[in-house]
Design a protein around this ligand. Structure first.
Ligand code: GMT
Length: 370
């Protein structure tokens, strides 16, 4: 099949899923064409001889315009790609603006079909805002096919937008060959002493991620056992998290590593992943940790219980309860047998429930139906 892909290109789960899926489909012989203002964050280094191909959106600045029109420019470039490459369909990741642009390009060309995947904040946060609710609802209603990354998100979409259309639930997946435990002590020694527990958090540091809960939880853990924290990612809450780590006296043991695409080079040395989000449609970063045999302590929010089984692959705690989160973390880190068991279970779940060989064919099936 010839497939166009629209996604957010900066660091973020939906762009990561779009990229990983595009790469998997290219390896399976599909012709993948990404269209965007810049190359997706994780795409460099992952492609192969057969793509995915990347088409840069061409913009046009004109003094009369108060703001550029990125959606129209995307629609226009996508239209060119549909016509030049005779695309069978466009897969839009995130309802707005991508599904809207794809629908517009479909209407212009009178060809192609639009499959939209809802990822989370496009429904729970941004799309539900009065500023976007009509355009988001239109994008969901007028896509040829809609998928959601969790049952929670599919249900939430129907409730928030009152839409009554089929939404296929297709969970996210993880490449379990790339995301593995790293046993080389030299890699771990770059971040922690052998006796220290290594905790990690990865996100785009938006308010919904509650990164201050990560720091508070870590401070409680570090007051009981030798430990370090890796904070991977960047975003508006980073400075507040940094200040809090200073206030709580744990800045010397907290490493803000910034944002980088190949997180598997670090995840596999960690002992525990913290995910305290107030809402999370799925929690892809937690799944990537699980594949690396890293147990997760997460807030019981949104679709997270569809990924993490409480007491089996990690622990779930109420949103905002940092004491409980720290207790759960300490329970795991103090009990070697429990830690090993949870880590083993986590990787097994990642392989048995979220392997690309299980998930990618579900998308191909949706494409065929569309
Ligand atoms: O994590 C984010 O806030 C980024 C966001 C995105 O759209 O890029 O992530 C959402 O999509 C991911 C991939 O499907 C999910 O794993 C995340 O749970 C979801 N984030 C939220 O629901 C907050």
């Amino acid at each position: 099949m010839k497939i166009g892909v629209l996604c957010h290109t900066s660091a973020g789960g939906s762009g990561v899923v779009a990229t990983e899926l595009g790469v998997m489909l290219a390896r399976r012989g599909h012709e993948m064409h990404f269209v965007g203002s810049s190359q997706p964050f994780r795409l460099s280094g992952l492609g192969c001889m057969n793509g995915p191909y990347f088409h840069q959106v061409s913009g046009f600045a004109y003094a009369l315009f108060e703001q550029p029109f990125p959606e129209l420019a995307t629609t226009n470039t996508l239209t060119e790609v549909i016509l030049e490459h005779d695309l069978d369909l466009v897969h839009a990741h995130y309802a707005i603006p991508h599904a809207s642009s794809a629908i517009h390009a479909r209407n212009i060309t009178g060809r192609t079909r639009v499959v939209t995947t809802l990822h989370g904040t496009d429904v729970t946060l941004v799309g539900a805002e009065p500023a976007f609710r009509h355009t988001t609802r239109h994008a969901i209603e007028h896509s040829d096919h809609v998928t959601a990354v969790s049952q929670f998100l599919a249900d939430e979409t129907r409730e928030v937008f009152g839409v009554d259309r089929p939404i296929d639930v297709i969970h996210n997946f993880v490449d379990a060959e790339r995301f593995v435990r790293i046993t080389d002590p030299a890699v771990r020694a770059r971040f922690a002493h052998p006796e220290e527990a290594l905790l990690v958090h990865i996100s785009n540091f938006r308010p919904v991620k509650r990164v201050q809960d990560v720091v508070q939880t870590f401070a409680r853990v570090a007051s009981e056992i030798p430990a370090r924290l890796l904070m991977i990612g960047d975003g508006p809450e980073r400075a507040r998290a940094f200040d809090l780590a200073q206030q709580l006296g744990v800045i010397g043991r907290t490493h803000f590593l910034g944002s980088f695409p190949d997180v598997q080079t670090v995840l596999g040395i960690c002992d525990l992943f913290l995910l305290p989000s107030s809402n999370e449609s799925f929690g892809l970063a937690a799944l990537e940790a699980m594949a690396c045999e890293v147990p997760v302590v997460a807030a019981r929010a949104g679709g997270v219980p569809e990924v993490i089984e409480d007491g089996v692959t990690g622990f779930l705690t109420p949103v905002g309860d940092v004491d409980m989160m720290a207790d759960a973390a300490l329970r795991i880190l103090r009990d070697r047998e429990l830690y090993m068991q949870l880590g083993t279970n986590a990787r097994r779940a990642a392989i048995e429930r979220f392997h690309p060989d299980l998930i990618v064919p579900q998308y191909v099936d949706v494409y065929n139906r569309a």
